[in-house]
Design a protein around this ligand. Structure first.
Ligand code: PMP
Length: 392
C-alpha cells in the first residue's frame, strides 16, 4: 500500500538549513530559519525560563497524565496578557493547551470544520503551514492579497473577503507581527475589520504567534481585543514558542470565545474530543515553565525585560535597514521601519537571492523573506553591501 505514496517535496527552509550548515565561509549569514537571535547570533534559553525550569524540577511531584486540556494554570495565566483586564470577556472565553501554535491552528481549523466550515479566507503570503493545515483538513483556502506594493496592509482586500464570506466560512487573521511580511493592520484598520466581522456570518480565527515582539504586549493585542469586542464568537490560536523562546518544547494554547458563557461547554467538549483523537494531551514541560514564569513576580519581570530587549533589537535592525534605503536601489527598504516582528519580505528575484547565497554567503528563503533577527551589529553592514551589490 505504502508504495502508492507520491514523494513530497522537502520543506524548503529545512533544505536551506542544510546548505547553510555545509557552507564553510566564516562570515556566512543565516536569515532563513524563524528563530530569534541575540546580537551574538545565539538563541539562548530565556533566563526567566531557566529559573522557572529549576523551580519546576524541585516542585514537580508527578508526571501522571493531565488530560487533553493540558495545564490550565498555564492557559489561564496567559489570558490577561492576551485579552486584557476582563480576561474572560464575562465568562465567554476559555482555552486549552496545545502542542505549539501549530497545534492551536490545527485544532482551530478542525473544530471549525466539525462545526460545518468548508472554506477559510486568508491573506497571502502567509505562514506556509496555514494553507497546508487547512488543505489537509479538506478545507478550501480562499486567498486575498495581504499587502500593498508600498509595504502597507491591503485593507480593501481583507474587507472584501470578510464581506463576501458566507455562513460556513472562516476568516484567518494574524494578530500581530505578520509572518512573512511584517505588515500589520493599523489600529484604525482593525476598527474597520472588527466592524466588518461583526456584520459577517464568518468565524474569525486569530493567529497570535509573536505577541510582544512588535510594539509591546498591550499594543500587539489591540487587533485581537478589538475584534473580540465586536463579534459573537472567535477562535484564538496562541504560541509561546517565540515570546518565551520555547520553540522545541512546543508551547501553545487555543482559546475560544463563545456567544455566551453557557455556550462554552459544548465547544470545549468538541475541542477535547478532537485533541484526544490527535495528540491526546499536549507535552507538559514548556507550559508548566511558562506558568511558573507568569506566577512569580521576579521571574515575570525578568521575562518582560527579556521580551523588551528582543523587541528593541528587532526595532534597531529594522531602523538600520530602513536607513540604508538610499544605498540599495530598487528594494524599497524604508517601510521596514514601520513593520513589525521577526520577518520582512525583500523585493528580490530568484537570481538575486541565489547570488546573495553564492557570492555573499547570505542565506534567505526563496520567497525573499528574511529573519530580521539574523542581522547583528557585526554583520548588518556586510548584508547591506551585499544587497547593494545584487540589487545595483
Ligand atoms: N502561526 C504563525 C503565523 C507562525 O509564524 C508560526 C510559527 N512560526 C506558528 C503559527 C506556529 O508556531 P509554533 O512554533 O508554536 O508551532
Amino acid at each position: 500500500m505504502l508504495d502508492r505514496l507520491e514523494p513530497q517535496s522537502p520543506d524548503a527552509l529545512l533544505a536551506l538549513i542544510k546548505l547553510h550548515a555545509a557552507d564553510e565561509r566564516e562570515d556566512k549569514i543565516d536569515l532563513g530559519v524563524g528563530v530569534y537571535r541575540t546580537d551574538d547570533g545565539a538563541t539562548p534559553v530565556f533566563k526567566s525560563i531557566k529559573a522557572a525550569e529549576e523551580a519546576l524540577i524541585g516542585e514537580q511531584q508527578s508526571k501522571s497524565y493531565l488530560g487533553p486540556e493540558g495545564d490550565l494554570g498555564f492557559v489561564h495565566s496567559l489570558m490577561p496578557y492576551i485579552f486584557g483586564k476582563d480576561a474572560t470577556m464575562g465568562g465567554r472565553i476559555e482555552g486549552m493547551q496545545t502542542p505549539g501554535g501549530t497545534g492551536a491552528v490545527r485544532l482551530a481549523a478542525a473544530v471549525a470544520k466539525h462545526a460545518g466550515a468548508t472554506r477559510i479566507h486568508m491573506g497571502t503570503p502567509s505562514w506556509p503551514n496555514h494553507a497546508q493545515i487547512f488543505r489537509d483538513l479538506d478545507l478550501e483556502v480562499a486567498a486575498f492579497d495581504h499587502a500593498n506594493a508600498d509595504g502597507t496592509a491591503n485593507l480593501e482586500a481583507v474587507l472584501e473577503a470578510i464581506r463576501g464570506a458566507g455562513e460556513n466560512e472562516a476568516v484567518l487573521l494574524h494578530g500581530c507581527c505578520h509572518n512573512p511580511t511584517g505588515i500589520d493592520y493599523t489600529p484604525a484598520q482593525w476598527v474597520e475589520i472588527a466592524e466588518a466581522l461583526a456584520e459577517s456570518p464568518a468565524l474569525p480565527i486569530l493567529d497570535v504567534a509573536y505577541h510582544g515582539l512588535g510594539h509591546g504586549l498591550e499594543q500587539d493585542a489591540y487587533g485581537v481585543r478589538r475584534v473580540l469586542n465586536a463579534v459573537d464568537e472567535a477562535l484564538i490560536a496562541y504560541s509561546c514558542d517565540k515570546n518565551f523562546g520555547m520553540y522545541r518544547d512546543r508551547v501553545g494554547a487555543l482559546y475560544v470565545m463563545a456567544k455566551n458563557s453557557s455556550g462554552l461547554d459544548p465547544i470545549l467538549s468538541n475541542l477535547n474530543a478532537l485533541a484526544r483523537a490527535s495528540w491526546s494531551m499536549p507535552p507538559d514541560h514548556g507550559g508548566a515553565a511558562v506558568r511558573l514564569v507568569l506566577r512569580d513576580d521576579t521571574r515575570r519581570q525578568q521575562w518582560l525585560d527579556e521580551l523588551e530587549s528582543m523587541r528593541n533589537r528587532l526595532r534597531w535592525v529594522r531602523e538600520r535597514l530602513a536607513a540604508a534605503d538610499n544605498q540599495v536601489s530598487g528594494l524599497d527598504l524604508a517601510p521596514l521601519a514601520e513593520q513589525n516582528g521577526m520577518f520582512a519580505m525583500l523585493k528580490l528575484d530568484k537570481d538575486q537571492i541565489a547570488r546573495l547565497r553564492e557570492e555573499h554567503a547570505v542565506y534567505m528563503a526563496g520567497s525573499g523573506r528574511i529573519n530580521v533577527a539574523g542581522l547583528t551589529k557585526g554583520n548588518i553592514d556586510k548584508f547591506i553591501a551585499a544587497l547593494a551589490d545584487v540589487a545595483g
